[in-house]
Design a protein around this ligand. Structure first.
Ligand SMILES: Cc1cc2nc3c(=O)[nH]c(=O)nc-3n(C[C@H](O)[C@H](O)[C@H](O)COP(=O)(O)OP(=O)(O)OC[C@H]3O[C@@H](n4cnc5c(N)ncnc54)[C@H](O)[C@@H]3O)c2cc1C
Length: 471
């Protein structure tokens, strides 16, 4: 740490000027007019002041940035869409390698592939691929970046039909800790490629991702249906029962939430608990309407917005509810089963919270996600029948610590059923959290990849896999 402090103190204008001259992108210093905007991340809980932000124009800038961080001993944060819940894509006094200006994408419609630079969000990605009726599993909120999302796994509406996002990764260009650009795929650096599919940002800075695409939409049968609190237990149990025989084309989510003040929900329930069942059918609209019908009859709906809609519209449907700038705590758990007792515990925990936005998302797993063997990628929870995401969110700091405590306590209440965590839904750093996200064999294999590609742990602002040197 002393070396880091000394290195930072020695960063004079001369050194920064030399760095700037090597970049095609933009170096942002604390005194610059765009610094405030450049340092902001999605989760306002992490209000940090980096020493420098390099807004990279391409892989060459990323290589320069990695080299500079290493030579100056600066802590490195890597950023794509800036949606890290844990605040890993910023730091106090460190260097941010911001890939968000890297917005290139090439879609190969005939080959059903896309090569996308790391700065893209799902909104931009879907825009380009849907022009050809193609898609890969992407985020439920379209402002999320493809980079952090893919590297952690990637749970989205196409999961049961086409797997996690990382399951569709064909190759990645990566700048490793020595400043070199490598391509990782099944054939080149296969262990690195394995680790990139679920191991997070531990192994280098990915500059571009090559994905397999699938025919989706452009119109799909999709949307949410909402039910009243009085029917909550019946609805969640009914949904759980339906998941046992759901076709892989249908990916759904049960959400126990505080009803937002939206015009399609009766005013009487605004601010009250409701249950939303949301889903997307990755197939024909007619088949989707049939498959989704039982989800719309779990009780008398408060509002039923399911129907044919553009896939891209469904991808952006939730965006207005999740703008940047609020305080957020997410914590996730893999559940092998959802018993009546689990559901009752979740409903009781929801009622016990105070956060103005508190949501318990139950993502249905299985399908294509479970067709990959446990050791096939670093994301190892292939047998998770459900993935729970516990969310507390409030517009300002006041009371937020209590809301975060509520999320932690809700997570604890799930201990009897939880089989692990998911790095993308984990708000807090810590070895216990990382260890809980991977089976021991997977963790050991990730540590071996870390030893090979980042032995000094240059990339440690992430759910960190420590090299065996122990730094
Ligand atoms: C509103 C919201 C909705 C979400 N919805 C979902 C969802 O539906 N499904 C799901 O699975 N997850 C979801 N998440 C979690 C999301 O997957 C993670 O927060 C993810 O890390 C975000 O990626 P990003 O690029 O936007 O974040 P960033 O903050 O830019 O990056 C997060 C981390 O990823 C790593 N990273 C980023 N870019 C690179 C790169 N180029 N090379 C190497 N490492 C990199 C770094 O470690 C970085 O700290 C959601 C998060 C939010 C805030």
């Amino acid at each position: 740490m002393a070396a880091t402090t000394n290195a930072r103190a020695a960063l004079g204008e001369g050194t920064l000027g030399e760095l700037e001259a090597t970049l095609r992108g933009h170096l942002v210093r604390p005194a610059d007019p765009d610094y405030e905007q450049a340092r902001a991340v999605w989760n306002a809980t992490h209000d940090k002041h980096p020493a420098l932000i390099i807004r990279c124009a391409g892989a060459a800038d990323v290589m320069q940035a990695v080299e500079f961080a290493r030579s100056e001993g600066l802590p490195v944060a890597v950023r794509g869409g800036a949606h890290s819940i844990a605040g890993f894509s910023t730091s106090d006094g460190g260097l941010v390698i911001d890939t968000s200006p890297m917005q290139g994408i090439r879609v190969d419609p005939a080959g059903r592939r896309a090569v996308a630079q790391a700065g893209l969000t799902w909104s931009a990605f879907d825009h380009e691929t849907q022009a050809f009726g193609l898609a890969v599993t992407g985020g439920l909120v379209s402002s999320t970046g493809i980079a952090g999302f893919t590297l952690g796994g990637g749970i989205g509406w196409l999961l049961r039909k086409y797997g996690l996002t990382c399951d569709n990764l064909l190759s990645a260009d990566v700048v490793t800790a020595d400043g070199q650009l490598l391509t990782a795929s099944e054939h080149e650096h296969p262990e690195l490629f394995w680790a990139l599919r679920g191991g997070g940002g531990n192994f280098g800075v990915v500059t571009s991702f090559e994905y397999r695409l699938h025919p989706v939409g452009p119109t799909v049968f999709a949307g949410p249906v909402f039910y009243a609190a009085a029917d909550a237990a019946q609805v969640v149990r009914g949904w759980r029962d339906l998941t046992a025989t759901m076709p892989d084309e249908l990916t759904t989510l049960a959400n126990i939430l505080v009803a937002p003040p939206v015009p399609f929900l009766p005013e009487a329930v605004h601010g009250q608990m409701v249950v939303g069942i949301l889903g997307v059918y990755a197939g024909s609209v007619e088949d989707g309407a049939k498959a989704a019908q039982p989800l719309r009859e779990l009780a008398e709906p408060l509002a039923d917005l399911m129907g044919p809609m553009p896939y891209a519209a469904m991808q952006g449907l939730l965006d207005p509810l999740w703008p940047a700038g609020a305080h957020n705590h997410f914590t996730g758990a893999m559940l092998n089963q959802l018993t009546d007792e689990t559901i009752d515990a979740l409903l009781a925990r929801h009622a016990a919270g105070q956060a103005p936005v508190r949501e318990l998302h139950l993502h249905h797993g299985g399908g294509a996600m479970s067709n990959i063997p446990v050791g096939g990628t670093a994301f190892a929870h292939r047998d998770a029948a459900y993935v729970l995401n516990i969310i507390a969110r409030s517009p300002d700091r006041e009371g937020f610590d209590e809301h975060a405590d509520w999320a932690r306590a809700t997570h604890k209440a799930m201990d009897p059923w939880s089989t692990g965590g998911y790095v993308n839904f984990t708000s807090e750093p810590g070895q216990d959290k990382v260890q809980a996200s991977y089976p021991p064999d997977t963790y050991a294999r990730l540590a071996a990849v870390k030893d090979r590609y980042d032995p000094t742990n240059l990339f440690q602002l992430n759910q960190n896999i420590r090299p065996s040197g122990g730094r």
